[in-house]
Design a protein. Sequence first.
Length: 131
Amino acid sequence: MKKTGVLNQGISEVIAGMGHGDMLVIGDCGLPIPSGVRRVDLALTHGVPGFLETLQVILQELEVEKAVIATEMETISPKMLESVKGIMGGVLLDKCTHEEFKEMNKRAVAVIRTGECTPYANIILRSGVNF
């Protein structure tokens, strides 16, 4: 049995299989997941698990060179945006419209669905290299 890090089998498998430039999405419970993209569904009930706690755990294992959020997060969920910026540290944070975000999801290796109910609490993590 795994002792540390991400214990969820699906997420561990996805991260271990990612290469440079691959995209992993962490989304709220309402984010549409395109057909053909792997779904890792963590949602138990409203708010559980939360988007931020899921992001923090993923960042412990995934090398991220860039992230993308929807511009709507700035106006609709500014507190969430500030929390995301704090968690992401110096990682470049790009923005696009929510419609563009949903189009980008089609190219993700997986979408992790959380129980988060905050509007636009979604992020695309682009994997980097750790050497």
